[in-house]
Design a protein around this ligand. Sequence first.
Ligand SMILES: [Zn+2]
Ligand SMILES: [Zn+2]
Length: 752
Amino acid sequence: MADRYADIVLPLARPAYTFAVPDRMDLAEGQAVVVQFGARRYYTGIVWRIHDRRPDVGHVKPILRISSDVPLLTAPQRRLWEWIAAYYLCTPGEVMRFALPQLVKPTGLSLEELIAGTFRPRTEPYVSLDPGIVDEEAFDRTMAGLIRRAPRQHAALLEIAAAGGERLSDEAVPRRCLEADAPTLAALRKKGLIRIAEHERSTERRADNRFRLPELTPAQQRTLQRIVGDFDTHPTVLLQGVTGSGKTEIYIHLIARTLADGGDALMLVPEIALTSQLIARLERIFGSRVTAYHSKLPIRRRTESFLRLARSEGGELVIGARSAIFLPLKRLRLVIVDEEHEPGYKQSDSQPRYQARDAAVMMAALTGGHTLLGSATPSLESYANACSGKYGYARLDERYADARLPRILVSDTLRAVKRGERQTHFNRDLTERMAAALRRGEQILLFQNRRGFAPYVECPACGWSARCPHCNVTLTYHKREGRLQCHYCGHTAPLPEYCPDCGGADLRPAGFGTEKVEEELAKLFPEARIDRLDRDTATSESAYNAIIARFESGRTDILVGTQMIAKGFDFERVSLVGILNADNLLLNPDFRAAERAFQLMTQVAGRAGRRDAAGEVVIQTSEPDHPLLRQVIDYDYDAMARTQLAERAAFGYPPYARLTETTLRGRDRQMLYEAAAALAAELRERFGRRIMGPVAPPVDRIRETYIVRLLLKVEPGASAARARAILCDVVRRHLADPRFKSITASYNVDPQ
Ligand SMILES: [Zn+2]
Ligand SMILES: [Zn+2]
């Protein structure tokens, strides 16, 4: 028998390494194997290719053993990794480190133990409310009794109630979907408030394709037909549906068709922590076929899901964040990317710096499946692809039961100040409407883009402001902790009593964040029940769910929050939404700022007035005549898209050019700028005006490290791949200069 060799991808920077396949080893591509590397290091790697070409080295080490009996990667997935590595300028090993963390740093059980067989639980615990408290009055009484004495139990009970659906019921929810800890659940069970029982992850349910699907309105039905029709000729379809039009119901019908045919479906969501309601809903329909997957799950849970899916014969539904694109779904037929415009689909801080939406489109092409991109306000890239006919396109403009879109009012902050119609951060236009809504017993959402109390603290006498010693950024004042905090590196310091420069005692927090809004509101509306939703209050999924549950059940009148309040939920009783300061959205110099501002304001506005009555939205700004606001008021996405696309075409920005950002980092500022200038000059010899920079980003020092950037712009028609290859080559040679050895370079292709 001829000697056999295997190219193995290891979690290292080089593309692949060749090992010998021992005679009797029965090996398949995609399997995990253990190899020895160097004198005494061992790695788990993935078999990429098996061949008979002996590499040109003296001794070829043999593969030690196989560590997964089934392939962990399908052939299309290996092609996807290769595409990601080539396109986003990294190696398959770097993709592996991110996609298969369990093979890189095994914790707890070893992979072998997991594979040995006991990993798939036949039953699992389910939790339900005791029938005795499934009744609004009894439930409220119970909750009131717990809130002070047992806040954890209170939060847990809320979580269980919320996971069970819109209405109170004794529906059983899987224990693993809950954040509440074991002692808390045990205590609740002891009090007879909940029941915990083992339920089978039954196999019949897997085979049963009679799902209880939601009924579609005629408009939804037509849209579904349109999508299915477009899939005949287009691998990718864009679904543009206004907030409240019911895109989710259409997703559910498409998923049901896919599963019924024995295919797998993958639904990507921008932030899975905010989607427990959606997961619960899908689990009620699709039962144990549903797997939730994201990188914040414990590694063991992710490993279990990964291995279970690697063995599955199809009919799986995965709901996940961007990392779920790497799961081994053998019969992937449908990928849904919900809120496809969300920047969270792009991984920016570490390799692979991939855009999961674009990877999903590629994946569908590789598997012969379909991708559906859904959004109320699509990214201009996807919209342009739909206009050019590259993507299919379906539109859903009708809201449920003819609910009208909320009326948007722009309130001029400068005029309000001049007329004495502004109190702290609120124009009278807003406060009058708030008072009226509160009188009517309706709810209010207030959006402010910054968290904390005040984004900076300054001394009015000398102009000193508190800055982070490690980063080039002001410190944010968090009043509850009484401390200043850096939102970039986490550095904290007490608020000084006196100005360190002039000794002045009148240090003032300036600007305002959500914490300050909450405090001012308490003075304006002392009788209102106010809550806050941002990264400081929603520190865990259960904390987040508790805030949402309080608001949903009407125990909060006003909810203040960052863009977290823009996502997800239908709040039935919200009649008024306030955007407290649109200026920082409108006046941002980034080329995507207008698109983002439109998306965010439309999304926030969409939270007002659903089903029965039209709501109102008040946008406070000192730029009331900004043309983008007109488009927001009119809900005129097409006008926004036309204007922005024309600008991007004129100035050569995506989708009319491809951008690659090169970031250089170093502790020696002088040396860094020298290196960047020399590199830019060298690149200009090759690329001419396609090179922009070097420029310092808005925050140009983080954790004592300086940052500078260069941008490569490649127009359509030119080969972006070739340009990127040249770029990498020049950067590598340039940084090989011993003077620049402390400087590192990283790439971000299609930066967001
Ligand atoms: Zn001072
Ligand atoms: Zn800092």
